[in-house]
Design a protein around this ligand. Structure first.
Ligand SMILES: [Fe+2]
Ligand SMILES: [Fe+2]
Length: 239
């Protein structure tokens, strides 16, 4: 196994590890700036591969921020390995998630972020967007990099299989197929409206945790995925 590094937008790097036995990939994102930021830490078992991959872009000890979408092993399993390797890095998470989990889980006291709060990284600006239960988890949120219009969208559009680093081929069909296998998304009456609010950002690029980065019409893709979820939620209400 190896971790591939691809720049998907200026100074935004996708670190991608495909696991053949599972036919599934795990990606992390490095936003390189005066204070480089890592968005989702990855599984603890992948820390040696992923930290080596970060080091191809910038020394790990330069990391300024470590943050993630929600508490789950592929989001923050290696959090404390990163904390130990990056002595200056601040840990950040949504305020709810800090209270519920991360104040306890993290070896470094986390910085609680409010919905819409922006971190100025020096050359890049990331905005925390709270999305409770979208795609899953009370503490769920996503990260939007304002200068490039890149939405780091975590588990949204999760697909099975290997994928290119960056694509304009449609990503909604594979995501709905995976949803029908995994049932990973918390489908409620609020799911599609929350996703349409993300679509209104009209991102230029989507950074998926489990799939290719997407450089097509991101707003339309988010609205189509929202519709797919809304249809599944409606069906779940029947009978
Ligand atoms: Fe997740
Ligand atoms: Fe994930």
């Amino acid at each position: 196994m190896e971790t591939q590094v691809t720049e998907i937008a200026p100074d935004i790097y996708r670190l991608s590890t495909y696991i053949p036995d599972a036919d599934f990939m795990f990606n992390q994102f490095l936003v390189d700036a005066e204070e480089p930021l890592l968005f989702h830490c990855g599984l603890r078992a992948l820390f040696p591969l992923v930290s080596e991959a970060v080091g191809r872009v910038t020394p790990v000890e330069r990391l300024g921020w470590i943050t993630f979408g929600h508490v789950e092993a592929d989001e923050c399993g290696s959090l404390n390995e990163w904390v130990a390797a990056a002595p200056r890095a601040k840990v950040a998470h949504g305020a709810t998630g800090c209270l519920v989990s991360v104040n306890d889980l993290s070896d470094r006291q986390p910085v609680p972020l409010d919905d819409g709060e922006v971190i100025d990284l020096g050359g890049k600006r990331v905005r925390r967007l709270e999305t409770p239960h979208v795609p899953h988890g009370w503490d769920a949120g996503l990260l939007y990099e304002e200068t490039t219009g890149t939405l780091l969208c975590g588990d949204l559009f999760t697909a099975i299989g290997d994928a290119p680093a960056l694509t304009e081929r449609e990503i909604v069909g594979p995501a709905l197929a995976a949803e029908d296998v995994f049932g990973a998304t918390c489908l409620t009456a609020g799911t599609a409206p929350a996703m349409r609010r993300l679509a209104d950002l009209e991102p230029t690029t989507l950074g998926l945790m489990h799939g290719p980065a997407y450089a097509g019409d991101c707003g339309t893709a988010l609205r189509e995925l929202a519709t797919g979820y809304a249809e599944r939620f409606a069906r779940s209400q029947d009978g």
